[in-house]
Design a protein around this ligand. Sequence first.
Ligand code: PEP
Ligand code: MN
Length: 449
Amino acid sequence: MSEIPSLEQLHALGAAQQPTYDDPAAVAAAVARLRTMPPLVFAGECDDLKAKIAAASRGEAFILQGGDCAETFVGATADNVRNKLRVLLQMAVVLTYAASVPVVKVGRLAGQYAKPRSSDKETRQVDGESVTLPAYRGDAVNGFDFTPESRRPDPQRLLEVYHASASTLNLVRAFTTGGYADLRQVHTWNSEFVRNSPVGQHYEAMASEIDRALTFMQAIGAGDPDEFHRVDFYSSHEALLLEYEHAMTRIDSRTENPYNVSGHMVWIGERTRQLDGAHVEYFSHISNPIGCKLGPTATADDALALAAKLNPTNEPGRLTFITRFGAERIRDGLPHLVEKVTAEGVDVAWVCDAMHGNTFETSNGYKTRRFEDVLDEVQGFFDVHRALGTIPAGILVENTGDDVTEIIGGGEELDELGLAHRYESVVDPRLNRVQSLELAFLVAEMLRR
Ligand code: PEP
Ligand code: MN
């Protein structure tokens, strides 16, 4: 890895989706402060995740990446973090048990605070007048409230991202290694409203089988491996804001290679994957496992050029292509891409983001998705890979551990009117806890075949 370019050099390449700050000195001060902060993750952990992603790309594991579209500072509470973790642990155990495959658990959390937007401005009617303000770009940049003060990009928020991420990750580490993720807890994860739903009952039955299996293992003296008591859980986010990501990049003392130490895995969004742009350049210099979104406009040549730039040594586990075609396009669009990348011998993990190609706005003004479209895209993803003899390595979802109403359909048959009941996302709609579990059982079926 060569030395990483300076922030100025990166900006000179033209960076898409950056905030327009009005106080350069305040930006410089925030960046300088961030550069002194301890790492949130360690290079060795990033390497471990890379090895696991490599295993998934060979079909020996399956990646489950999930969490909020956009975390918020007020959402960084103990309850919230526990609920998110709990639903991901439940999904993971469903996939592991039903499909007998190790699950690589990656949260969209502890850093997922910056959002790309389709427009730099937002216009709303306020007291009968049309008001235009900067678009909300995530808590890392500005506030969600539609006022000039709140929407002004504030570089101090970059430090708040660091602190909120640190406390989230600290809690995640405590939960995943301190007993909460113990397999003996599979029943307790199924608490509250979920237990009474049909999918909750399904889960309950599976949890009892796991209990019996554990008791059996103990009875025959098969030991009590560490894996029964703790899980490896990794953090990930879209590395969008150059100021933050650059300031959180450090040289690993073991290898002398630069790592982004703000998350184990970082990814490049659909709107910032320009081959000669600042993001791709930055990512080419860090050693973390990285993702790159590929939407329906991505050609096979784009994918090959990105792989050549982002993973020139073809290191297994280094690069994940996260495809997000939409249910309607995946069966036509994906095969050519996978075929050509595979034919060129490019080593990549294919993950299906079944969310971002399926978003639409309802007549009552909610941004939503249909559960059936999400499911159909995952099915299409599996179909394409199975037909080509390639490996579906994982899925990416936007979900929450709460009982929100943001996605239409699923077993509870949420409809458009029902969205108003509890719509809390500040950006994209998320699967609620029941929908997340339903999806896990359905994906487990696809994996098993
Ligand atoms: C996201 O993952 O929240 C996102 C913005 O995705 P994409 O870059 O694929 O649109
Ligand atoms: Mn999103």
